[in-house]
Write a protein that binds this ligand. Structure first.
Ligand SMILES: NC(=O)c1ccc[n+]([C@@H]2O[C@H](COP(=O)([O-])OP(=O)(O)OC[C@H]3O[C@@H](n4cnc5c(N)ncnc54)[C@H](O)[C@@H]3O)[C@@H](O)[C@H]2O)c1
Length: 354
């Protein structure tokens, strides 16, 4: 069964295909959005996903001459250095401006390959083939691409919308449990900002993953269509990320999976919102906490050097001279952007349970 959510961005619109059966039909869609693919495409994957899923993609694309580039797996490798090596290897294939880059993997590969596509020859088409839950529900949709810098997450990047996103649900069958949980962190974020019905489903066994992916993509599609380049409301998608990104940086990139950090950030920021009078539902942090712990994610900050945390939260792309713009809950399913003064910024992660 196939579900399709459309990302409506005028000339840059594209479909997100959520396919329960795999990659059948991918070739036709690919050739529709990238007609030059029959002269060659570059498949970028990592050393975990490649051995598991490259063959399935190749089998579905018999008419596309594919050159595969394998990058090391994991957040630690989402760096300028790995990006530079990837660009070198793409250029070695003598691409033209219409040679598509196919990003097969989790959000790390999607961000890295997407950023390489954004820059090479000033922009190659990219197709996202997400294989982690996190990438399906979030990273492969919306066009943000980036690599990390030692000073912070995703500090070097570009907006570069894919031509097509194709989520093959069978790939989730090989995803380690902890990585599936990490994806559920972003699912809880989507629920918190715009789809409380998702929260109710998280207790189901088995999880209705096709519906969950569709619902999260719908939430993201709605926000991205309003504000593609994050000049306003798209900032809501960063719920949980102000504290989450700072935590990832303070602990060292790759120590805590991204979705775990987001879950911890969602709860910390919700507690702050209640204390600061932004959130009118004092029971909201408890509801979030139950959802987070219910899927086996950590809810509380792990041991972290407060000085590193304090420094990391001050390196945020969303800041101005006096304040940091932080999405905070007003009620379940509704967030708004709040300017939090820099001089009280540590309360975001230091507010104790109400
Ligand atoms: N661009 C965006 O809008 C956006 C949004 C959210 C997150 N992100 C980024 O996404 C990244 C996190 O994504 P992630 O959680 O997918 O991490 P990831 O890509 O590092 O994948 C996690 C691990 O799972 C492995 N893996 C992925 N799919 C697999 C499969 N089907 N079978 C077996 N192993 C598999 C990977 O090799 C890796 O070891 C972060 O870099 C984050 O910044 C980007």
């Amino acid at each position: 069964m196939r579900r399709i959510v459309s990302i409506d961005l005028g000339a840059r619109s594209y479909p997100v295909v959520i396919d329960a059966d795999g990659y059948a039909g991918l070739q036709q869609h690919l050739l529709e959005v990238c007609p030059a693919a029959d002269r060659g495409a570059v498949l970028v994957t990592d050393h975990h996903v490649g051995p598991l899923w490259e063959a399935a993609v190749r089998a579905a694309l018999p008419r596309i001459p594919l050159h595969t580039i394998v990058v090391p797996a994991g957040e630690l490798h989402k760096t300028v250095e790995v990006w530079r090596g990837l660009v070198d290897r793409i250029l070695a294939q003598s691409p033209t401006r219409s040679t598509p880059i196919l990003a097969l993997g989790g959000g790390m590969v999607g961000d890295l390959a997407g950023f390489a596509a954004a820059c090479t020859l000033r922009g190659l088409p990219v197709v996202q083939l997400p294989t982690s839950l996190l990438a399906m529900v979030d990273a492969s949709v919306g066009g943000k691409t980036a690599v990390n810098h030692p000073r912070g997450k995703n500090l070097i990047g570009a907006f570069h919308q894919p031509r097509l996103t194709w989520a093959s649900l069978p790939t989730l069958g090989t995803l380690p449990t902890d990585e599936l949980r990490s994806g559920l962190g972003e699912v809880i974020k989507a629920a918190a900002i715009g789809a409380p019905d998702l929260l109710d489903e998280l207790g189901s066994d088995p999880l209705p993953l096709p519906w969950i992916v569709q619902r999260c993509v719908e939430v993201k599609a709605g926000v991205v269509a309003l504000d593609e380049l994050e000049s306003g409301v798209r900032g809501i998608l960063n719920a949980g990320h102000t504290v989450g990104h700072a935590l990832e940086t303070a602990l060292g990139h790759g120590v805590l999976p991204h979705g775990h950090a987001v879950a911890i950030g969602l709860l910390a920021e919700a507690r702050y919102a209640v204390r600061a009078g932004v959130c009118a539902q004092p029971g909201l942090p408890r509801r979030l906490r139950e959802a987070i712990e219910g899927v086996g994610l950590p809810a509380e900050l792990p041991e972290v050097d407060p000085a590193l945390m304090s420094a990391a939260i001050r390196v945020d792309k969303k800041g101005s001279a006096d304040t940091l713009c932080v999405p905070l809950p007003v009620q379940v399913g509704v967030y708004r952007l709040v300017d939090v003064p820099w001089n009280g910024i540590d309360r975001l992660w230091k507010t104790s349970p109400p």
